[in-house]
Write a protein that binds this ligand. Structure first.
Ligand SMILES: C[S@@+](CC[C@H](N)C(=O)[O-])C[C@H]1O[C@@H](n2cnc3c(N)ncnc32)[C@H](O)[C@@H]1O
Length: 256
């Protein structure tokens, strides 16, 4: 219990999507863990005693069967996804767009098509579906070398990278031992991403309330917290707008 108490999240600078919160309050354990990684829960029957619920697979969330995704994206936006894995994330965004706007979504992987396909069993199917919906799918896109030369000509309102991590050998992701490599990669990314973001609009323009954003999903426990992601972004001139508990069903992200 003491160990778990230490894992209570600091709530003063993080938002929770209303779907995640509502789900938690109706008893969903995977959502409880998203909000509170300690699993502590108020036991109403015994009034003020805290109990620990054991975590459950994400599929136990009653929303996991829903094909309706809500979140931070809409069809007015040009959206670039980076470092996707099996392309299910890009596909979920794409399905939320009206068909004629699917071409505004550019979905990319760092790896070649061949590597993606051999690493993720479902990738091929997801890529085909994305393409049939009209989204552009690109491979070998390096988030640290973004330029108009290797992407479609338009610029983006949203650039999204979920769980960035340097690639280690055997298809694994680099962890603590690659700390400096990860930091350097993110620094390079934030140095480059401005090349493909739409210009921030003038305060007087129609789009004034609609500036470009970079969304990074990142774990907050050690060793991931050692990256100091916010400091990296700030060092490259980005301001933190907010942090949101990640919920793949609500598509929420850390927002710069
Ligand atoms: C932990 S995986 C996350 C995969 C996927 N985004 C997800 O959320 O399941 C890290 C991803 O970062 C990608 N990556 C590593 N270096 C990259 C780079 N320089 N540019 C773009 N993606 C990169 C890897 O290919 C891998 O897909």
């Amino acid at each position: 219990m003491e160990k778990r108490l230490k894992r209570i999240r600091q709530y003063d600078d993080i938002f929770v999507h209303s779907d995640t919160l509502t789900c938690t309050l109706s008893g969903c354990v995977p959502c409880l863990y998203k909000i509170n990684p300690s699993g502590l829960w108020f036991d109403e029957e015994n009034d003020n005693y805290l109990i620990v619920k054991e975590n459950q697979r994400p599929e136990m969330c009653p929303r996991s069967n829903s094909s309706t995704y809500r979140g931070l994206y809409n069809q007015r936006m040009n959206i670039l996804t980076l470092g996707d894995g099996d392309f299910s994330f890009s596909l979920s965004i794409c399905k939320g767009l009206k068909p004629k706007y699917a071409k505004h979504l550019v979905s990319t992987s760092y790896e070649s098509y061949k590597t993606v396909r051999s690493t993720y069993l479902s990738a091929h199917e997801h890529i085909l579906e994305l393409q049939s919906l009209g989204s552009q799918v690109l491979h070998n896109v390096d988030a640290c070398q973004l330029s108009e030369g290797n992407l479609p000509e338009f610029k983006f309102d949203r650039v999204v990278w979920n769980f960035p991590c340097v690639a280690a050998q055997n298809g694994l992701d680099g962890q603590a031992t690659e700390l400096q490599l990860n930091i350097d990669m993110m620094k390079s990314f934030f140095q480059n991403v401005g090349n493909v973001l739409k210009q921030l609009p003038d305060s007087g323009s129609e789009e004034a309330s609609y500036p470009s954003e970079v969304h990074i999903t990142h774990k907050t426990i050690e060793p991931f917290s050692w990256w100091h992601m916010e400091d990296i972004a700030k060092s490259q001139g980005f301001a933190l707008i907010g942090k949101i508990v990640f919920d793949r069903l609500a598509l929420q992200f850390i927002v710069f």
